[in-house]
Structure formats: structure tokens, C-alpha cells
Design a protein around this ligand. Sequence first.
Ligand code: VLZ
Length: 134
Amino acid sequence: MPADFNGTWNLVRSENFEGYMLALGIDFATRMIAKMLKPQKVVKQEGDSFTISTTSTFRNYFVQFTIGEEFEEDNKGLDNRKCKSVVTWDNDKLVCVQTGEKKNRGWTHWIEGDELYLELRCEGEVSTQVFKRA
Ligand code: VLZ
């Protein structure tokens, strides 16, 4: 029985989101706004099917996937680069590989105690975001 990510999660702390955004080529003005945000994630998990909505006062992002099934991701409102993404289980971690123009792009979600973790990777940058249940 894999981990259960279902729920509504609020950002409580973040490391190096700036570096991640820089690696994605996000412009200065957008970075200044985005680094102040406290996004909320709503995760819906039914078996191996997921939706993850990330919302904030500035921009929202939505992704839907099934474990092991490659999908086209448009990253609309982020860097807008299309990539081919696939999410798999690594024990209780959800690992996404985003293949496209940017090397080593992807993310990992896991739960530690009552906190939801998200590691965001792009090129050489790693950002960690931590969420608590709303
Ligand atoms: O999360 O890829 O949960 O796709 C920040 C929105 C969302 C604020 C960051 C706007 C996306 C930023 C993180 C403008 C540059 C992400 C996945 C895993 C779901």
C-alpha cells in the first residue's frame, strides 16, 4: 500500500526556489513575486491516478497523471516549456522525470511525519518545499 498524499496542503517553508526559477529562466520580476508566494496544493489520489492543483494569489498550476504513463506537460504559467513527463513510485516517494530542453528536470514528493515534501530539480538546482495540512 503506497503512501497517501490526498489532502489540502499549505506551504510552510521553502529552500532555493529562487535557484530553481533561475535554472528555468524565469524573469526577475516574476521571480520577485513568486518567491513571496505561499502556494496551496490539493492532491487527489485514487489508486495510481493523481491530480495536483497548486494555487496561489499570482498563478495556478494543474497536473494530472497516472503512475507509469508518460504525458505531455505544458508547464503553462511556469516556464511554458513543454516536456514529456512520467511519474513512478520509488518506495513511498512519487518521482517525476520531466524530459525536455532542460537537463535533470523533475520533482519528488514524499511525506515525513505530518509534512508533505516537494523537491524540485532543474539542471544543477534543487529546491525543497515543505507543506502542512490545511
Ligand atoms: O509541482 O511543479 O506538486 O506540478 C508555483 C506556482 C508552482 C507559482 C511551482 C507561480 C510548480 C510561479 C511546482 C511562477 C514562476 C510543481 C508539481 C508537484 C506539480
